[in-house]
Design a protein around this ligand. Structure first.
Ligand code: PNW
Length: 507
């Protein structure tokens, strides 16, 4: 893909003429926004929807959510989906990434019964988008596992890949005639490390250093099953693509020494290599150095075998290459040291296995989320790194965004600065030869931010959670994003003339 370079001539002062290169996104680049079912839908027990692990956790342990809120109603997209699509039209989006609630479609998790109401809801949502030329990009799993499958061990059960394949078949059968972009899983790291290996996401198992690794193996196999199912039985008739989204933050060395460079590499392998390497690397399997590290630590700790399970040769071959694209969720960066800033970690745990120090420079602007700072060139570093490591795959940025406190209102200049910098990086990456085909901003609107409840807002649209109708209002960033999508150019001096949103012709 080639970026068109447009030369524009700008008059400066009265006489001096300078030429400025305007960098343009390709016309077929997909600009979108992203959301996830549990974070926006509400309707937690509408019709025959089954209970999922977030319903279960928030209802049984409400104290784990910072403000005691939950996703029972959230932004109530279940009843407001037409307004959601209207917002997509206002922004002029090319695409919209959203996820399906497994237990809304299959209340008990397995393929019987299938909920007619659940299927109808997603049919309506998809058809409403297509009516206005908005391309749906659908994630099958964004963290809301049916509770009945969790009761059977969830991702740690070796049968998990079969359950996921069964669910994927129902999804492709029902929506594949209209949906051409599939994402199997959103963020394996957050599912496995946070859900199974700590207490920062449902199902808060806290099986540190063990559960997260079992989850990694069966998640990757489940992804490959759903990929091959699509490839073998649906692709030729439906003509779409199927990939996975991995959260890839940048981990660079604190100093330019061999020790710190290796420390950063081990941390990258543990953070996202665990999931990317089996699928996208030439040789397949879990990352080499990290595998050795966990094996050695496990032996020292008295385990008879490594806490990190292995793949059989057959499994390795099955998983290797099983993706049409690499979906990247990118937010931030950290500097990694072999010797400095080291903190004590629980034994055994992934962080103890890694054993490195983490540093965030004070000058990087801080968002409302403790983990999220704006770090220079982090998307570019990530895309260049992955591009080289995995031999130039096709990429989408499937999430990227900035949080503000609930009180911050509609004028969000910090979010605008973050988005502009990120999109400049996307253009840099395209210029460098990265096959980046789209960018989904997180998020279309404020939503239920998991353990942080409603205390951190990521929306281009503000949502009033006090009002039963959950009205949505465009923030300043929505106008700026709209202008970028319309012109395909990042104009750093653009200011919206009004704060009244309208739908442009043709939408
Ligand atoms: C993503 N990190 O999670 C999720 O996909 C969204 O559901 C979520 O709302 C959004 O980002 C904002 O948090 C992340 O530690 C979780 O870098 C953790 C990280 C990044 C993204």
């Amino acid at each position: 893909m080639k970026v068109a370079l447009v030369l524009s001539v700008i008059a400066l002062g009265c006489s001096a003429l300078v030429t400025k290169q305007e960098r343009r996104f390709p016309d077929d680049f997909l600009f979108g926004t992203a959301t996830a079912s549990y974070q926006i839908e509400g309707g937690w027990n509408a019709d025959d929807k089954g209970e999922n692990i977030w319903d279960h956790m928030t209802h049984n342990h409400p104290n784990v959510i910072k403000d005691g809120s939950n996703g029972d109603v959230a932004a109530d997209t279940y009843h407001n989906y037409k307004r959601d699509v209207e917002m997509m039209r206002e922004l002029g989006l090319d695409a919209y990434r959203f996820s399906l609630s497994w237990s809304r479609i299959l209340p008990d998790g397995l393929s019987n019964p299938v909920s007619a109401a659940g299927i109808a809801f997603y049919n309506n949502y998809i058809d409403e988008m297509l009516k206005y030329g908005i391309t749906p990009m659908v994630t099958l799993y964004h963290w809301d596992l049916p509770q009945k499958l969790q009761d059977l061990g969830g991702f740690a059960n070796p049968l998990f890949p079969d359950w996921f394949e069964e669910y994927a078949r129902v999804v492709y059968d029902n929506f594949g005639d209209r949906v051409k972009h599939w994402i199997t899983f959103n963020e394996p790291r957050e599912i496995c490390l946070e859900g199974y290996g700590s207490t920062t996401k449902a199902p808060i198992l806290n099986a540190t250093g063990i559960g997260s690794y079992l989850c990694a193996k069966y998640l990757v196999l489940a992804h490959a099953k759903a990929y091959h199912l699509y490839n073998n039985e649906y692709k030729s008739s439906q003509g779409g693509e199927c990939g996975i989204t991995i959260s890839v933050n940048w981990f660079g060395p604190l100093t330019d020494t061999e020790e710190d460079r290796f420390a950063a590499e081990i941390r990258r392998q543990a953070e996202w290599g665990l999931y990317a390497e089996p699928i996208f690397s030439e040789q397949g399997g879990f990352p080499k150095e990290f595998t050795e590290r966990v094996a050695q630590k496990s032996a020292e700790q008295g385990y008879r075998s490594s806490r990190l399970p292995e793949f059989t040769e057959e499994e390795k071959q099955f998983v290797r290459g099983a993706s049409d694209f690499f979906g990247v969720n990118h937010y931030t960066a950290y500097l990694i040291s072999a010797t400095e800033h080291i903190t004590q970690n629980v034994v055994p745990s992934l962080y103890d296995d890694v054993g490195v120090g983490v540093y965030v420079p004070e000058e990087w602007p801080q968002s409302a989320s403790s983990w999220l700072t704006e770090s220079p060139d982090s998307i570019l570093n990530v895309l260049n790194h992955l591009n080289q490591k995995y031999n130039n795959p096709k990429f989408y940025i499937t999430e990227n965004g900035w949080s503000s406190p609930p009180s911050s209102g509609l004028i969000d200049d910090d979010r605008i600065r973050y988005y502009r910098a990120a999109l400049e990086n996307c253009l840099d990456a395209i210029d460098a030869g990265v096959r980046l085909q789209g960018y989904m901003a997180w998020s279309l609107m404020d939503n239920f931010e998991w353990m942080e409840g409603l205390t951190e807002r990521f929306g281009l649209y503000h949502v009033d959670f006090e009002d039963p109708l959950r009205p949505r209002t465009a923030r300043k960033s929505a106008f700026v994003y709209k202008e970028i999508i319309k012109t395909r150019v990042i104009d750093h001096s653009y200011e919206p003339a009004t704060m009244t949103m309208t739908i442009d012709e043709g939408r």
